[in-house]
Design a protein around this ligand. Structure first.
Ligand code: NAD
Length: 250
């Protein structure tokens, strides 16, 4: 059982996109364990129901984060249900196909960009005004080490994650004089279902680049996010946190 900070999120409410699976699910579980209320936003309603079965009092909204109207509606619905949203963690993303850049279809490229960049923008945009009104907010966007380094045969994904870093730094600076912080985490390979979309060659390639010579666990990412999303992390915004077993280029 990992160390937990019971009561850290007492009285706080969070939205976790992509929270029905993998890292998002671990973050949702951790925030609930630490006393917060959580609503997961995910496009997979079956997985939302499975998550609700294991996490007590979990709320869920089925939504495609690439649809701006649906995201705005999810925000209204969640604020009505929870009374407020103090924390936003954006975990929803897809990897897209593993292939050379020039072999990508335009549709595949656009889908990755739509979900991984536009989806993060839509969710941040939908909740920032509410956080400003309440004079408190913690936004943690999940990017990737791929966004810093660039991964061969994953250029749409790498491009999208570089954009999430840029969005986080820009929005963090725009909000720096408010009580709303915006940070992002950059995991390296973490063992989740997203691996099912990757070729074995790509998985071996990722592993070869991690100095700790192992994959990360979802709980290890959730532990870092729990701190960044807490009141305690108050003098940090527009920052990028590696959770990568030592893999980093800058
Ligand atoms: P995952 O596939 O287990 O979970 C992603 C979740 O997002 C799923 O529940 C899925 O239904 C949801 N989702 C996908 N598209 C959506 C959409 N359009 N609208 C709403 N929900 C949508 O993935 P994961 O491994 O937990 O990854 C979580 C985050 O961490 C992602 O942003 C990913 O890029 C990032 N990341 C993962 C790793 C890794 O090795 N697993 C490494 C670096 C960064």
């Amino acid at each position: 059982m990992p160390m937990s900070f019971a009561g850290r999120f007492a009285g706080r409410s969070a939205v976790v996109t992509g929270g029905a699976s993998g890292i998002g699910l671990a973050v949702a579980q951790r925030i609930v364990e630490e006393g917060g209320r959580v609503c997961v936003w995910d496009r997979d309603s079956t997985q939302i129901e499975q998550a609700k079965a294991v996490i007590a009092d979990l709320h869920g909204v089925t939504v495609d984060v690439a649809d701006p109207e649906a995201v705005a509606q999810a925000a209204r619905q969640t604020i009505d249900a929870l009374g407020a949203v103090d924390i936003l963690v954006t975990s929803a993303a897809i990897t897209g196909p593993n292939m050379t850049t020039w072999d990508y279809s335009v549709e595949d490229w656009r889908r990755v960009i739509d979900i991984n960049i536009n989806g993060v923008f839509f969710c941040n945009k939908a909740l920032v005004p509410h956080m400003l009104e309440r004079n408190y907010g913690r936004i943690v966007n999940i990017a990737s080490i791929a966004g810093k380094e660039g991964n061969p045969n994953a250029s749409a994904y790498s491009t999208s994650k570089a954009a999430v870093i840029g969005l986080t730094k820009s929005l963090g600076k725009e909000l720096a004089k408010t009580k709303v912080t915006v940070n992002c985490v950059t995991p390296a390979a973490v063992r989740t279902a997203i691996f099912q979309q990757m070729s074995q060659q790509h998985i071996d390639f990722m592993l070869s680049k991690i100095p700790m010579a192992r994959f990360g666990e979802v709980e290890e990412v959730a532990a870092l996010i729990s701190w960044i999303a807490s009141e305690e992390c108050s003098f940090t915004t527009a920052a990028v946190f590696d959770v990568s077993g030592g893999r980093a280029t800058y």
